[in-house]
Design a protein around this ligand. Structure first.
Ligand code: PMP
Length: 457
């Protein structure tokens, strides 16, 4: 932000040069004076200079029940007093056991086996490792190829990053290349002129089937997909796409992994979006973020009963899935997740999302009158407002810089944004009210208009 900082802020910014932030340009460590977040309450964060900002991205798509929830604080403190840790390898403890049962009851289909992880990347990594394990157990070690999509984000471990399709983020980073294959995502903006939405959907589903056939169905193990590509820019698939991809996977005995790290726990108005929004019961499902609303790190991989039955049926000898974490089912994280779920129930948060989401969409769509706004994509309480300064000459870097300028102006006026490439991405806490949505959109409009005037000058 361009404002004058307090001495306290400057001191923290100086110490921050030792904090190597994620996704940081290592040639510029310490050169950026970042906003220092000091406190948070509800949908607001307060920086160390005392400025209060709407948390537009909801942390990183994770602060679903809002900041500062005393119930979670109390649950976490009480759990730490009672039992701060147990070894999940040799024993169990009430919070993780109760949470696993509660999650299995909420999850779609027969996703009754909950494998706790430390976050989303480790949930995806565990899913992929389970896929390899599964096919080894079934005596088909050649069935190991994974299909993912351009623009997808699945995590930052070696394997999950390899399945991501954000090409700029793959530069200089080695990847697992022999087993991972990307197909194009169903971004409606890629629909060729003259092609109907249905025809475009057919084409994208065919892309998946063609890739499976090209590699050989006996070699393809799994397809991994976010129901709505989140950090790829909030890409909403055409009607029927997700379901038909699932059918193609079933037809070719390819496992369908739903990456619901962003979309689970209310973002689209349901605990899980796969079944309730897109009509799919996946074979595996990954979550994190909204599971604890970011209060304590935790992720969870859900695995279908069917896969366990297949493994049992394949042979008599015992089969160890030799994968796990010191913090699998951590009692403090599980206590936070249980208190988080209690808030969802007590505050009828899913109903609230259903009530405010149409207003969120309507107000954001009003930005379409601005000359630099190219596309506005909204689903539930997630949105991407894409900008393009010159539609005849799209320029990623220039459009990205424009968004950074918009973010600066918005921050000066009380809104933290998340620029992702040429889109401003929003996923505010689910508790946001219609009045707060009006304020958010008003500041975003001001940011876009002011940055546009500067650009034109
Ligand atoms: N999958 C998706 C869809 C995500 O958006 C993310 C994080 N943004 C991840 C996986 C990785 O989660 P984490 O950062 O908790 O490891």
């Amino acid at each position: 932000m361009a404002t004058e900082h307090t001495e306290a802020t400057i001191k923290i910014q100086a110490k921050d040069r030792h904090f190597m932030h994620p996704w940081e340009d290592v040639t510029a460590i310490g050169s950026e004076a970042r906003t220092v977040i000091a406190k948070a309450e509800g949908i607001y964060i307060t920086d160390s200079d005392g400025n209060r900002l709407i948390d537009g991205p909801g942390g990183m798509w994770c602060v679903n029940v809002g900041h500062g929830r005393e119930e979670i604080v109390e649950a976490v403190a009480a759990q730490m007093r009672d039992l701060s840790y147990f070894s999940p390898w040799s024993a169990t403890a009430a919070p993780a056991a109760i949470l696993a049962e509660r999650l299995a009851a909420l999850a779609p289909g027969d996703l009754n086996n909950v494998f706790f992880t430390t976050g989303g990347s480790t949930a995806v990594d565990s899913a992929l490792r389970f896929v390899f394990f599964y096919n080894n157990c079934l005596g088909r070690p050649e069935k190991k190829h994974i299909i993912s999509r351009v623009g997808a984000y699945h995590g930052s471990t070696y394997l999950s990053a390899s399945c991501s399709g954000k090409m700029l983020e793959k530069a200089n980073m080695d990847m697992v290349e022999d087993r991972v294959h990307l197909i194009q995502n169903p971004n409606p903006a890629l629909r060729p002129a003259g092609m109907s939405t249905e025809g475009f959907c057919d084409q994208k589903v065919e892309d998946l089937e063609r890739k499976i056939l090209e590699l050989g169905a006996d070699k393809v193990a799994a397809f991994i997909a976010e129901p709505v590509l989140a950090s790829g820019g909030v890409i909403i698939p055409p009607e029927g796409y997700y379901q038909r991809c699932h059918e193609v996977c079933r037809k070719h005995d390819v496992l369908f992994i739903a990456d619901e790290v962003v979309t689970a726990f209310g973002r689209l108005g349901h605990y899980f979006a796969s079944k309730d929004v897109f009509g799919v019961e996946p074979d595996m499902l990954t979550t994190a973020k909204g599971l604890t609303s970011g209060y304590v790190p935790m992720g969870a991989l859900f695995i279908s009963d069917r896969l366990m039955v297949d493994i049992k049926a394949a042979g008599n000898e015992s089969k160890g899935f030799f994968s796990g974490f010191t913090y699998s089912g951590h009692p403090v994280a599980a206590a936070a997740a249980l208190a988080n779920l209690d808030i969802f129930e007590r505050d009828a948060l899913l109903d609230h999302v259903h009530n405010v989401a149409p207003h969120f969409e309507k107000r954001l769509q009003e930005l379409a009158d601005l000359p630099m706004v190219r596309d506005i994509r909204v689903k539930g309480l997630m949105a991407g407002v894409e900008c393009c300064l010159d539609p005849d000459k799209p320029d990623n870097e220039r459009d990205m810089n424009f968004l950074l300028e918009v973010d600066d102006i918005c921050q000066e006026n009380g809104l933290l944004l998340r620029p992702v490439y040429s889109s401003a991405v929003l996923s505010p806490p689910l508790t946001i009210t219609t009045k707060q949505i009006d304020t958010l959109v008003g500041i975003l409009r001001l940011g876009l208009e002011t940055a546009w005037k500067k650009y034109k000058a």
